[in-house]
Design a protein around this ligand. Structure first.
Ligand SMILES: NC(=O)c1ccc[n+]([C@@H]2O[C@H](COP(=O)([O-])OP(=O)(O)OC[C@H]3O[C@@H](n4cnc5c(N)ncnc54)[C@H](OP(=O)(O)O)[C@@H]3O)[C@@H](O)[C@H]2O)c1
Length: 326
């Protein structure tokens, strides 16, 4: 069948996003055809577009979506046409499309109480928060953590989930409007990193000790502040590059800053098995259904206007989650 999709033919800026009509193959063995109701916009989409993470071209962008099953390939059991499904961060690229095929074993069913638009907004960012705060470093009630970009997509979910666990959250943001959002979500302390010294504030708030873990999706611009905010033997979780990639550094730096640990994780490695995927998605659905985490779908764009969505995300004009509507 023919369908519209946003493709990149050459790495570069948002102007490289092109609204094309493409051929969508029939679902092969183990696959289903999905009719997208909504597509999640994620910062990683900008890395795939720009070439920071190079992908074979031409490519249909996109790592997250939700919709209904439109057709089923050979050998797929347990799914039927019309079922409501979603995915994020664990399959082939290609979400920026009206229709796409996808491996059935990497999909989850969306509970009836969650709208498909919300599901598209939350799967990738929400399962990321799940593994970051429950499995990579299981945050305990009463611990203080530093979280960068607290008003962003991952950030808003993380603030609420960390508060649900009972942690004290120091969140950074880039504007006063975003500071108000972070506070409203429950951030105990908000630091505007465009104006204030993050590490000095963290030291002041922790009686000089520093925090046991820093969640850093900003990358280059926050690298020094992150290391300088950690307590001895603390964990630096560098999980993204919104401001650019962290420059190479000598391991001895981790010793000098207090025998620190560092990890550079990816969601795909934390939902690699069917069990991990199901339990991560289940934990996310539970906190959303129970009301502990509200998904702020603050911006939506027509899929064909994906270039504008990329411009706004990279210019730090968005808060919370963003969806593209086919
Ligand atoms: N490793 C993983 O498993 C994984 C999974 C999902 C997401 N991520 C990463 O998590 C991060 C957040 O993703 P997201 O989709 O939720 O995006 P987002 O946080 O909604 O948007 C990025 C935010 O980063 C902040 N930022 C700071 N410096 C920036 C700069 N120079 N340019 C642009 N933004 C800057 C901005 O907030 P302020 O204006 O408040 O500074 C901006 O809103 C990204 O780095 C993403 O790649 C990693």
């Amino acid at each position: 069948m023919r369908a519209h999709a946003i493709r990149v033919h050459q790495h570069g800026g948002p102007e490289q996003l092109s609204w094309d009509e493409i051929e969508v193959a029939d679902p092969q063995a183990g696959e289903v055809l999905i009719r997208h109701e909504a597509i999640g916009l994620n910062y990683i989409d900008t890395y795939h577009r720009s070439g920071l993470y190079a992908v074979p071209l031409p490519a249909v962008l996109g790592s997250e979506g939700a919709g209904t099953v439109a057709a089923i390939g050979p050998g797929v059991s347990g799914l039927a046409v019309g079922d409501r499904v979603a995915y994020g961060g664990n399959g082939p690229l290609g979400a920026y499309a009206e229709y796409r095929t996808f491996p059935a074993d990497k999909l989850v069913r969306v509970p009836a109480s969650i709208e498909l638009r919300t599901a598209a907004a939350m799967m990738l960012q929400g399962m990321t928060v799940e593994y970051l705060i429950r499995r990579l470093f299981p945050v305990q009630r009463g611990q203080t953590v530093l979280l960068h970009a607290a008003a962003g997509g991952v950030g808003q979910i993380a603030v609420q989930w960390l508060k649900h666990i009972g942690a004290t959250v120091i969140g950074t943001v880039g504007s006063e409007d975003k500071a108000a959002i972070a506070r409203m979500l429950g951030c105990d302390h908000v630091v505007n990193y465009r104006k204030e010294d993050v590490a000095a504030t963290v030291r002041a708030l922790t009686h000089g000790r520093g925090v046991p873990v820093v969640y850093d999706g900003v990358g280059r611009d926050t690298f020094n502040a992150s290391l300088d905010s950690l307590a001895p033997r603390g964990l630096f979780v560098s999980f993204g590059n919104a401001s650019g990639a962290v420059a190479p550094f000598a391991p001895a730096l981790l010793a000098a800053k207090g025998s620190l640990f560092m990890t550079r994780p990816r969601l795909a490695d934390y939902i690699a098995t069917r069990d991990e995927l199901e339990s991560s998605a289940h934990a996310l659905f539970e906190v959303v259904r129970g009301g502990a985490v509200k998904i702020s779908v603050n911006h939506s764009y027509a899929l064909r206007d994906a270039a504008q969505a990329h411009r706004d995300l990279e210019a730090r004009r968005t808060t919370g989650s963003v969806v593209l509507l086919p």
